[in-house]
Write a protein that binds this ligand. Structure first.
Ligand code: 13P
Length: 255
């Protein structure tokens, strides 16, 4: 089974309007000059950039735009929130859900993430769903248990058709923004586990087809070993996606 590689950028709460346009334009120009493969690139900026970036990437079929969060309700009196439908209307095609920073700072539970996924799917968004264990959980040897619970409670209510719109990113919390990356062996072990769980819940074909990304202190150097593991299909990149040169060098790993 040959799965297409995906490199996704999570800008988090960085880049004002002008900075965002400049960063994205530089990424597009570098990609035009240097990217020869068919890897897919998904850029997930703050909401204020979605429409402009979707417009700028219109003629670049390799690049898609995604949001970093969406509300679970269709619409209504939720001051300050953004709905899946609003995101879709900007031209964005993806949304990141279940990121550990949302679980940690905004108390998002597996149950809430499951609701957000349902609403995003109803609004024809593709989803990058993040899972991953904390440092404490890994030290206690609980990573498999934690992941199984996140998958079961957050994603496994979906039927096969819905599940096909999902990409899963394994982001160990201890590796996010810390400069400490999971070793390729550690990441591969978890990705293989996730694929097995999907095989058990759905079937072999779905498990073979699903794209599994690694996230956590990825950079152009460590990406090579990580992305060539059997069950790792690319990365979800935080800090390094804010530097056009580094981000495109990471994309290039999959040329
Ligand atoms: P860093 O690449 O900065 O560790 O962030 C990873 C991440 O959280 C992507 O969603």
């Amino acid at each position: 089974m040959i799965r297409r590689k995906i490199i996704a950028a999570n800008w988090k709460m960085n880049e004002d309007y002008d900075q965002g346009i400049k960063l994205f334009s530089t990424v597009i120009n570098l990609m035009d000059d240097e990217i020869t493969g068919d890897q897919q690139v998904i850029v997930c900026p703050p909401f204020i950039h979605l429409h402009s970036l979707a417009e700028l990437s219109k003629n670049h079929l390799q690049i898609s735009i995604g949001a970093q969060n969406a509300h679970q309700a269709e619409s209504g009196a939720y001051t300050g929130e953004i709905s899946a439908r609003m995101i879709r209307s900007t031209g964005a095609e993806y949304v990141i859900l279940g990121h550990s920073e949302r679980r940690l700072y905004f108390n998002e539970t597996n149950e809430l993430i499951a609701k957000k996924i349902d609403t995003a799917l109803l609004n024809t968004l593709n989803i990058i769903c993040c899972v991953g264990e904390s440092k404490k959980e890994r030290e206690a040897g609980q990573q498999f248990e934690v992941l199984k619970k996140q998958l079961t409670e957050g994603l496994f209510h979906l039927d096969e058709m819905q599940f096909a719109h999902l990409t899963i990113a394994y982001e160990p919390i201890w590796a996010i923004g810390t400069g400490v990356t999971a070793t390729a062996a550690q990441a591969q072990e978890i990705h293989q586990f996730i694929r097995q769980q999907i095989n058990t819940r759905y079937n072999e074909q779905i498990a073979d087809n699903i794209i599994l990304l690694y996230g956590g202190s990825c950079n152009p150097k460590n990406a090579v070993e990580l992305f060539y593991q059997k069950d790792i299909d690319g990365g979800l990149i935080g800090g390094a996606s804010l530097k056009a040169r580094d981000f495109v060098d990471i994309i290039k790993v999959c040329n």
